[in-house]
Design a protein around this ligand. Structure first.
Ligand code: AQP
Length: 353
């Protein structure tokens, strides 16, 4: 960076002109569920005007577990439509498919070469997912390095994710710092931004496990964003609670079901804990709680489902929006990848140094 640019940058920073850069991703690995929405997508959409945003449909990550090829193509477009329907605006955010920007896969290889394998073997999500599979792919182990590359190739400052991704963002920090130490200052060291409530929406059928796309086919586990109102109503009415009758926030694991329902209500209505508890002061029991939670969820998801259906009716327009996003993403990721290659000693085609 020249001195002139550094001065301009410092001025812009002082006047607050530069916006923090945000990167996050979501896998097209199943039906988007309420946890994905409340823990990640809703926050991305609510804050997109304040930041410079990159949101990525991480189809390469989805390949780490077995996928039907036609189904994966459908899920990828469907997820794109869902993100636009949930409020991501292509004029405020860059929304793109990971495999359309080849710098992600190349960056992963380069970062693999500075990442000790022991760091990956320690990842909780790897251990959990590996336990559930007969044959574990190298990709499943390597997933966090690809994710680190996704983030640091954009010099992202912030990574808004649900609690389950905290460890992977920590790893991205470690990899960025290690690279900077070995090859000189190259990457911004990113930070995870995790919502206090909503960061971990739990399964309705079992509030001791997180709500997950992979389990969304299990009856009563999740609210899927495309569920019809009566289905949402049924899932929430079947939610596991406890034998008490007290509607208040609590960190007692025995009361995790009620806490989960109150958390969902709180994030959707954007109220404080005190306001939420006062909303339920006149409730006559968990039946009332479930009824009102179902109402606010249905009210929030109905317009998203309607917009989604319209977008899926015009696949050409959807693909056009995704191409535009990929062009914008390449303009940032490709020069960064060149810088990384150069620092590591690779010859860039057409460059003398
Ligand atoms: N239950 C949850 N509560 C809060 N946030 C959640 N997220 C996922 N589940 C919850 C957040 O959603 C974003 C996208 O997730 P992902 O597609 O990268 O995969 P994931 O974290 O593994 O989510 P799933 O739904 O559990 O998918 P599968 O079953 O395919 O693994 C992330 O920011 C995540 O934190």
């Amino acid at each position: 960076m020249t001195t002139e640019i550094k001065i301009q940058q410092a001025r812009a920073d002082m006047s607050g002109e530069t916006r923090r850069r945000v990167f996050s991703g979501i896998q097209p690995s199943g039906d988007v569920q309420l946890g994905n929405y409340l823990g990640a997508i809703k926050g991305w959409a609510d804050r997109q005007a304040e930041k410079e945003n990159f949101f990525c449909i991480v189809d390469l990550h989805a390949l780490t577990t077995p996928q039907d090829p036609d189904e994966l193509r459908h899920q990828t477009r469907s997820l794109a439509a869902m993100l636009f329907a949930a409020g991501l605006d292509p004029d405020k955010s860059t929304i793109f498919i990971q495999s359309h920007v080849t710098a992600h896969a190349e960056g992963c290889w380069l970062l693999n070469c500075v990442t000790p394998v022991g760091w990956l073997e320690r990842m909780t999500q790897f251990k959990e997912k590996a336990d559930n599979q007969e044959r574990v792919s190298t990709g499943l182990l390597d997933y966090p390095v690809l994710m680190a590359g996704d983030i640091i190739l954009y010099d992202a400052h912030e990574v808004p994710v649900g609690e389950d991704q905290r460890q992977h963002v920590e790893l991205a920090r470690d990899i960025a710092q290690r690279f900077n130490r070995i090859y000189g200052d190259t990457f911004v060291v990113p930070e995870a931004v995790i919502p206090e409530i909503g960061g971990r929406v739990m399964g309705l059928n079992d509030p001791s496990v997180k709500m997950s796309k992979s389990f969304s086919h299990i009856r009563g586990h999740a609210v899927r964003l495309l569920d019809e109102p009566d289905e949402i109503d049924r899932s929430i009415k079947r939610a596991v609670t406890d034998n008490e009758n007290e509607i208040r926030f609590s960190d007692d694991p025995e009361r995790a079901g009620v806490n989960n329902l109150l958390g969902i209500y709180k994030v959707i209505t954007d109220k404080t804990e005190a306001e939420v508890e006062s909303d339920f002061a006149d409730a006559r029991g968990y039946g009332d709680l479930k009824k009102r939670v179902a109402e606010v969820v249905i009210e929030a998801l109905t317009p998203i489902r309607e917009r989604y259906n319209r977008l899926m009716g015009d696949v050409e327009e959807l693909d056009r929006l995704l191409e535009r996003g990929a062009d914008q993403a390449r303009a940032v990721a490709d020069p960064k990848l060149d810088e990384v290659k150069h620092r590591m000693g690779l010859i860039l085609p057409g460059r003398k140094g």
